[in-house]
Design a protein around this ligand. Sequence first.
Ligand code: CP3
Length: 342
Amino acid sequence: MSDEKRLISALRGKAHPIPPMWLMRQAGRYLPEYRELRSSAKSFLDFCYTPAMAAEVTLQPIRRFHFDAAILFSDILVVPDAMGQTVSFESGEGPRLDPIETPEGVAKLGAFDADKLSPVFETIDRVKSQLPSDVAFIGFCGAPWTVASYMIAGKGTPDQAPARLFAFRHHDAFQQLIDRLVEASVDYLIRQIDAGVEVVQIFDSWAGVLPANEFESWCAKPIQRMVAKLKEQRPQTPVIAFVRGADAQLPGLTRRLNADGYGLDTALDPRWAVAETAPNVCLQGNLDPLSLIAGGAALDREIDLVLEAFRGRPHIFNLGHGILPPTPIENVERLIARVRRG
Ligand code: CP3
């Protein structure tokens, strides 16, 4: 047990004096070496589907910062791509999908074709052989609600209104879409685990817009089903649920999802989360990504507040959402030095 990777032992309930750390979106545009490689790819999806490139950018932040975990470089929208929906990424504008506007659009979706994602599994294989022995390897997928919100709207929206409206108008078809995403996402995560990832994170980035009733149907229940299936089929693999904007629902989620770790978003007060959840539950988060852009004394203060709030708890240090492209590298270095000084 003693040589268990720090991130994994935290997920199994160990409180480390110096928490293991990684950053959401740690492979990305704030890194010059990422931008350089990215500029040689035809498109973002080609980049994700070229194992040599995707493996290289997965490893870049590990080489530079020696984080306690690498996260597979891919995207949550490869799942709709593998269900036959047209997916592309317009530079500077984010994802574009052929929107699903009617129940027929759901019925027309193809079966999830995991073989289409074989470059992702090859990326995992390549990363695995190059990862330092103390660095954990995280795979991921989007949660059904968040992925469905892009599939229906065809793009990112500020309030996910198109998906919410679709769910009111076409409840059964929307339920079918969620069910298909539960199945596809579990299948996809199991293939990632079998290829070599050691932990999986489920991103529900847009859970925060849902009123309680819809939150229950489209967020809590589908993730609960996913975790149950994963625990049944790959019981050794820890699962992190990042339900962004869960707010007051967080304590209830920690009692029923049966995940091993829970990501806290920026807006949650970590002292509240610590007080309201069982002491063995591993919490991940939740430094404000803007403080990491600001740097200096403001950053130091925010880091200390996070460290202090989680002291004595199983904790994985992370941001409350993804690192932003304008983040200065020296601020990331400052963050790491401060967290690791003990
Ligand atoms: O380093 C990592 O964390 C691993 C890679 C990763 C990416 N996307 C790469 C990416 C992960 C874990 C994701 C998850 C993801 N993708 C989420 C959930 C997490 C979150 O941030 O809420 C969501 C909602 C998406 C969908 C998505 N992909 C959007 C909205 C965008 C455009 C916005 C943006 O940041 O540009 C993407 C593109 C994307 N995915 C980029 C990266 C590095 C930027 C594209 C580029 O480099 O050209």
